[in-house]
Write a protein that binds this ligand. Structure first.
Ligand code: SF4
Length: 347
């Protein structure tokens, strides 16, 4: 038996924080969701940014809107064949929405922040792998953790760029902070780590986890490229021109060291979930890990609800059932449609 725990930052660590039960059943029992409803836009955005970067590198010019649209039409079919779905009505509606968020309305060229990432890209889809030694007794008999991740892009700025929003660390040890309207000014030559998020900037646990994710990526990359000047989250689903598109996150030695400690503490929790699953699979509860102390019905927020509605485990999930039953009159007897096995229209 291996002495190593391999943990992907997004596929394991963040998924476990979003819902330990769904993560454990998928990763360790092999029950996969039959479709991933909200993932389509995120995949399309990542592919679009990667493809635009490749095109710019090959030709020295930015690809036009029509070229990107055609490329995404092809990639949409690949994703559809893999079971990735969209909440929007049609293929073209989804693609136009993604392209509309990346391109300027009145000119056939990308938005300024997209150009900054494309022109300054040094390394894209940068694979991260780092082994850390841990205390065997704290990690259920394992003595090494292999952290893996894929960083979207390392950017070296070609010209000045102003980030309207900056993350302010309120507690660097616990990696907590808040978004402030203090502008941060990048200079030409600044090295930065960018991560694309196909969502909007909202005040929720996912936002804070994204900040910790890029800080950890900076820590894992430190030996190879040194400390970046800052990390940047690019929320591609915010409207073009909105100051909420880019969030600058200052990075220093204290933050990167804390991010590794925080991440290893999360791996410890994840390992506990695995051991619990092996002892008693039915005892692993659903819901946001950070809301574990709350009543069952309060552990599902809007983001998680979008996952629950397509989750293969929802029919016997006491957390989701409790959430759906909130506000329903007691004694009405009917099963909420989302978890009703006889609701053939949906299920
Ligand atoms: S239904 Fe929701 S809370 Fe329950 S296991 Fe699935 S994702 Fe988790």
């Amino acid at each position: 038996m291996t002495d190593l725990i391999e943990v992907s930052y997004t596929g394991d660590l963040l998924a476990h924080r979003r819902c330990p039960r769904a993560w454990a059943y998928e990763k360790h029992i092999g029950i996969h969701p039959y479709e991933q409803v909200q993932a389509m836009e995120g995949f399309l955005v990542h592919h679009a940014m990667q493809w635009l970067t490749d095109q710019h590198r090959k030709t020295g010019h930015h690809a036009g809107r029509d070229q990107l649209t055609q490329q995404l039409e092809r990639y949409f079919l690949v994703l559809w064949a893999r079971g990735i779905r969209t909440t929007f009505a049609s293929k073209m509606e989804t693609i136009e929405r993604v392209v509309g968020h990346l391109y300027q309305e009145d000119r056939d060229e990308p938005q300024p922040e997209v150009k900054a990432a494309v022109e300054g890209a040094q390394h894209e889809e940068y694979p991260l792998r780092s082994v850390r030694r841990v205390k065997r007794e704290l990690y259920g008999g394992k003595s090494k953790v292999l952290l893996t991740g894929v960083l979207d892009v390392v950017v070296q700025q070609k010209s000045e760029l102003v980030y309207p929003l900056t993350w302010r660390w309120t507690d660097k040890v616990r990696l907590e902070g808040e978004v402030t309207e203090t502008p941060d000014r990048a200079a030409a030559g600044d090295q930065e780590i960018w991560d694309y998020k196909g969502t909007r900037l909202r005040k929720n646990n996912a936002r804070d986890d994204y900040v910790r994710q890029v800080a950890t990526y900076a820590a894992l990359l430190q030996d190879r490229i040194g400390l970046p000047k800052r990390c940047v989250l690019f929320f591609t689903n915010e409207k073009p021109g909105s100051k909420r598109r880019l969030l600058s996150i200052p990075i220093d030695q204290e933050v990167v060291e804390a991010s590794i400690n925080w991440t290893l503490a999360q791996v410890q929790e994840l390992r506990q979930t695995v051991l619990q699953l092996q002892r008693d699979p039915l005892s692993v509860e659903g819901g946001d890990l950070t809301k574990r102390g709350l009543p069952l019905g309060d552990r599902v927020d809007d983001d998680l609800q979008a996952q629950c509605t397509a989750c293969s485990q929802r029919f016997d999930c006491s957390t989701y059932r409790a959430h759906l039953s909130k506000g329903r009159r007691p004694g009405t007897g009917s099963v909420p449609p989302d978890v009703d096995l006889l609701n053939v229209a949906k299920n």
